[in-house]
Design a protein around this ligand. Structure first.
Ligand code: IMP
Ligand code: MG
Length: 172
């Protein structure tokens, strides 16, 4: 794997995810939270994060996709898989792998806000703020990273590398 360079080791990830779990547990203070994972990239982070939550937790998933063929987000998003349950009156925590342009999370946040949850927060494993096109600020952010293309820990390039236990920069 000569084209991969480690950016975040397994140890760094484990420690940070534990910290995030403690912070989230403190903030929700024993209240139930519905954790919504954005497929597919968030599934590894979500699996580790929820095991660090000292709260009543439920889990659901949503899958969205951008229109268009280009790798750059076209700004249009549609729902490929919706939630299995209503979220009205619930504490909802959206869990995403990475915020890049912000288009995806802004869209999801808008849709879910209209369903009248009790609270709605965003939690991302990685944030690339230098790439932002629409303003989105996560309530919880694992790591702020520079503008590199990242794979591993759920993140893919052409569906490869999701299984890597660390986060790597994909070279050219
Ligand atoms: P956004 O709508 O531009 O914020 O894009 C967010 C989505 O793009 C993420 O959920 C990822 O699926 C994908 N993405 C953005 N940057 C990367 C990256 O560096 N590696 C892998 N996927 C990425
Ligand atoms: Mg994604």
């Amino acid at each position: 794997m000569a084209n991969l360079e480690i950016l975040l080791s397994e140890d760094m990830i484990r420690n940070r995810v534990r910290e995030m779990g403690s912070e989230i547990s403190r903030d929700y203070n024993g209240e139930e939270v519905l954790v919504i994972g954005i497929l597919k990239g968030a599934f590894v982070f979500l699996a580790d994060l929820i095991r660090c939550l000292d709260l009543p937790v439920k889990v659901d998933f949503m899958d969205v996709s951008s229109y268009g063929l280009s790798t750059e987000s076209s700004g249009e998003v549609r729902i490929m898989k919706d939630l299995e349950q209503p979220i009205e009156g619930k504490n909802v925590l959206i869990v995403e792998d990475i915020i890049d342009s912000g288009t995806t999370l802004k869209f999801i946040e808008g849709i879910l806000q209209r369903r009248r949850p009790k609270s709605l927060k965003l939690c991302t494993f990685l944030d690339k703020p230098s790439r932002r096109k629409v303003p989105v600020t996560p309530h919880y952010n694992g790591f702020t990273i520079p503008d590199h293309f990242i794979v591993g820990y759920g993140l893919d390039y052409a569906e490869q590398y999701r299984h890597l236990p660390m986060v790597c920069v994909l070279k050219d």
